[in-house]
Design a protein around this ligand. Structure first.
Ligand code: ZN
Length: 494
């Protein structure tokens, strides 16, 4: 029986006392992360010096590397800190005599995060890790890093749990935290045998959020009769309209960034007028952060509505396998060979990223798993826009042509709808391109070492599906589970 992870994310309504405890924990986690990194960098220097010395005195480099001191990981760092942490209750000075004021898990998960960042860096250098290069881990600065910490479920004493009344979550050392939305879906999952793994509390803009990670048994979900009757829908993602469906429906692009532009510009300008290090600058930065958070929350909630509608409404959803990173690369060029139309391309990139096609696809991939539908990716080189959906003739089209007119058969259709119909047709004739990262087909779970939650694993495309899981099927369609859907997205950002 395979198990899957799923996260439930809640905006929190903290009391002033809780907010200060939570901020204290985030600060402790940041301190612990930095302490672990500093320990590792020191050990790296010592190790390199030892190897160099051994090689200079005639030793074999391989042997010298084996004999040199190792880089300490979580257990060693923790043990060393326990010796040196001190305790301000007994007046004993040390590295962090305040340690007893926060949960020990805040330290442990920060150490695990540092281990993960370290091994990602090494794996990226040695080529064991695919994807974008991972840089040398950086220290977390208070003004730059995201306030966040994680508390783990204790197997012997399961202390993280929903409070009675579907509105609160009990977190050890912090108390009963009030959530903005109902915890009922979480409680139901727990009643079905799911086990809470951890809770991550993080700040976004002016708000604190909690993401509760659970592990549950994977159940097979099949498409409902209504989904099967609806069949296949082709979805053409764009900027002019967010999505055009093969049914002829188009979903307009909310353009959140444009809508918020005036407020963003105002906040940004206010920030640039303040003096570095001043209180006014801190407040202006806080306001700007809040404005950006608002845009991102709006974008997320609109996207969730669309992807849920698609995943629950049809049995098969066909989209283009877009290369978002390639599409939105900068036109800037190099100093010797500057690019052309850099500003215009930057504007287009901003518009594409505001529509968030990559996130759209990621959500569809796990939601099709939840709701028994299938996501089919169509080869990005298939000319869906240029092909006539009625007769298959190919036409020359510029980006400005909003209507497709077929010279061969006389079809006139919205350009994007025509493309969406082609995608739906392709899904049937080329079923070989099926989304292999579909939640149901993915390797269900990875044995995570304590503390290394899926958040880091999930950045790798191949492992993404392990957040997604399958809720039980409802008779009356699929009622709102907004927070659990936002949830699995949040695992990525925490
Ligand atoms: Zn035609």
């Amino acid at each position: 029986m395979s198990e899957q992870l799923r996260a439930y994310r809640y905006a929190l309504d903290l009391t002033a006392a809780q907010a200060s405890v939570v901020a204290q924990h985030a600060g402790a986690a940041r301190w612990a992360y930095n302490h672990a990194l500093a320990t590792k960098f020191r050990a790296l220097d010592e190790r390199q010096a030892a190897i160099k010395q051994a090689v200079e005195s005639g030793a074999d480099p391989g042997v010298a590397a084996k004999q040199a001191p190792k880089i300490p990981t979580k257990p060693a760092i923790q043990k060393a800190l326990n010796q040196a942490k001190g305790d301000d209750r007994s007046g004993q000075d040390g590295l962090c005599p305040w340690w007893h004021t926060v949960s020990t898990y805040a330290f442990q998960s920060a150490f695990a995060d540092a281990d993960r960042a370290w091994s990602n860096w090494l794996d990226s250098i040695t080529g064991r890790r695919s994807g974008r290069r991972v840089g040398r881990p950086r220290f977390k600065a208070k003004h730059r890093s995201r306030d966040s910490f994680r508390i783990h479920h204790d197997v012997k004493n399961p202390s993280i749990r929903p409070d009675t009344g579907y509105r609160r979550i009990i977190v050890p050392r912090i108390g009963s935290l009030r959530a903005h939305s109902s915890t009922k879906p979480l409680c139901r999952a727990l009643a079905r045998g799911a086990v809470i793994q951890s809770i991550t509390i993080s700040r976004g803009g002016h708000r604190w959020y909690a993401s509760v990670l659970i592990k549950q048994a994977a159940t097979e979900v099949v498409a409902t009769r209504a989904q099967r009757q609806a069949g296949t829908v082709g979805v053409d993602l764009g900027v002019r309209s967010l999505a055009a469906l093969s049914t002829g429906e188009t979903i307009s692009n909310p353009r959140h960034l444009n809508a918020a532009r005036t407020r963003l510009v105002k906040a940004q300008r206010a920030l640039s007028r303040t003096r570095k290090g001043s209180n006014r600058r801190r407040n202006a930065a806080r306001l700007l952060g809040r404005r950006h958070q608002e845009v991102s929350e709006r974008r997320a909630s609109a996207l969730h509505a669309v992807t849920k509608k698609l995943a629950t409404g049809w049995a098969t959803i066909a989209i283009e396998d877009l290369n978002v990173a390639g599409m939105t690369s900068s036109a800037r060029g190099t100093v010797e060979r500057p690019g052309r139309n850099v500003k215009a391309k930057a504007g287009l990139n901003r518009a594409i990223l505001d529509a968030a096609p990559g996130e759209f696809r990621r959500q569809l991939a796990y939601k099709t798993g939840w709701y028994g539908s299938t996501l089919v990716l169509i080869n990005r080189f298939y000319p869906s826009s240029r092909t006539c959906s009625a007769c298959g003739a190919r036409a020359k089209l510029t980006l400005a042509d909003r209507v497709y007119r077929c010279a061969a058969c006389g079809l006139t259709a919205d350009r994007d709808v025509n493309a969406a119909i082609n995608l739906a047709v392709q899904a049937a004739v080329a079923p070989g391109m099926e989304e292999t990262r579909n939640a149901r087909r993915a390797v269900a779970d990875h044995p995570h070492p304590a503390g290394s939650q899926s958040s880091t694993v999930l950045k790798r495309e191949g492992h993404r599906a392990c957040v997604a899981a399958t809720p039980d099927r409802r008779r009356s369609g699929h009622p709102s589970e907004a927070e659990s859907e936002v949830a699995s997205a949040s695992v990525l950002v925490t």
